[in-house]
Write a protein that binds this ligand. Structure first.
Ligand code: NAP
Length: 248
C-alpha cells in the first residue's frame, strides 16, 4: 500500500539542522525526493551525501529565505529537476529571545524577516506550480509560541502567531486548487535553535531548559509524515505537540 510519501518531491527550508534535517532523513527513508535549502551548504552537502548513499534522491540549493528570489530559485530547481513540487515545508526559523526593554531591534528585524517573510516567500514560490498542478501541500512551522505569549519571547511569539494566521488564510484561499495546508506547532525540541539567542544570560537559561525537557527532532518529522501520508482528500490543518513534561 502506498504511504503517500514515496516519490513525492518535498522542498524543505532550514534543512541544514534540527527539524528540517530530521524531516529530510525520515521522508527520504520513506521514499520521498528531498530538495534541501539553507545557508550552510556544507551541512546540506553532507546530508545529501548521506541520503543518496542510502538510496535516496536529494538536491541541495543554497538558500537564504530572507531573499525572495533565492526561495524561488530553490522551488524552481525542484520543478526543473524533478518535474513538480508536491510539498513545501517552510521550516527555516530563528528564536532570539529577550524582553522588549532591551531594545534588540536588530534581532526583531531578523526574526520578522526569517520567520514571517521567509514563510511568505516560500508560499510565493510554491503556489504558482502547485496551482498549475492542481495539487500540493504547504506545511508551515509555527510553535507553541504561536499559541501562547510570554514575557521574554514577545517578538518570537508574534512571528509564530503570524505564521498561524497566514496558514489559516492560505488554507481557505487555496481550496479551489486542491492544495492541502498544515501548520505544525512544536514545543521544546532538541535542535540548534537555542543558539540563535543573542543575549548571553538568556541563552544560558534557554539551553538549560532545553537540556532538561526537549524531545528528539524526529518527533517533528513524524508529525510531518502523518500529515503527508493521509489520503489526498484529507487535509490535516493543524498539529500542536509538546514534550510530555512541558507545561507552557
Ligand atoms: N526546536 C524547537 O524547540 C522549536 C519549537 C517550536 C518551533 N520551532 C521552529 O522550528 C523551525 C526549525 O528550527 P529548529 O528547531 O530546527 O532550529 P535549528 O536547528 O536552529 O534550525 C534552523 C534552520 O533554519 C535555517 N535558517 C535560519 N535562518 C535562515 C535563513 N535566513 N535562510 C535560510 N535558512 C535559515 C538554518 O539553516 P542555516 O543557518 O544553514 O541557513 C537551520 O537549518 C523554526 O521555524 C523554529 O522556530 C522549533
Amino acid at each position: 500500500m502506498s504511504n503517500n510519501i514515496e516519490g513525492k518531491v518535498v522542498v524543505i527550508t532550514g534543512a541544514s539542522s534540527g527539524l528540517g534535517e530530521a524531516t529530510a532523513r525520515l521522508l527520504s527513508a520513506q521514499g520521498a525526493i528531498v530538495v534541501l535549502g539553507a545557508r550552510r551548504v556544507d551541512r546540506l552537502q553532507s546530508l545529501a551525501y548521506e541520503l543518496t548513499g542510502s538510496g535516496g534522491r536529494a538536491l541541495i540549493v543554497a538558500t537564504d529565505v530572507t531573499h525572495c528570489e533565492q526561495v524561488k530559485r530553490l522551488v524552481d530547481a525542484a520543478v526543473q529537476t524533478f518535474g513538480r513540487i508536491d510539498v513545501m515545508i517552510n521550516n527555516a526559523g530563528i528564536m532570539p529571545r529577550a524582553p522588549l526593554e532591551r531594545l534588540n531591534i536588530g534581532d526583531w528585524d531578523r526574526t520578522i524577516d526569517v520567520n514571517i517573510k521567509g514563510v511568505l516567500y516560500g508560499i510565493a514560490a510554491a503556489l504558482p506550480p502547485m496551482k498549475q498542478q492542481k495539487a500540493g501541500h504547504i506545511i508551515n512551522v509555527s510553535s507553541v509560541a504561536g499559541h501562547k505569549v510570554g514575557p521574554g519571547f514577545t517578538v518570537y511569539a508574534a512571528t509564530k502567531h503570524a505564521v498561524r494566521a497566514l496558514s489559516e488564510g492560505l488554507r481557505m484561499e487555496v481550496k479551489p486548487y486542491n492544495i492541502r495546508t498544515t501548520v505544525i506547532s512544536p514545543g521544546a525540541v532538541a535542535t540548534e535553535l537555542p543558539s540563535s539567542v543573542t543575549e548571553p544570560d538568556i541563552a544560558e537559561s534557554v539551553r538549560k531548559f532545553y537540556k532538561e525537557i526537549a524531545i528528539p527532532a524526529e518527533s517533528f518529522a513524524r508529525a510531518v509524515a502523518f500529515a503527508m501520508s493521509q489520503r489526498e482528500d484529507v487535509d490535516v490543518n493543524e498539529i500542536l505537540f509538546r514534550p510530555t513534561r512541558q507545561e507552557l
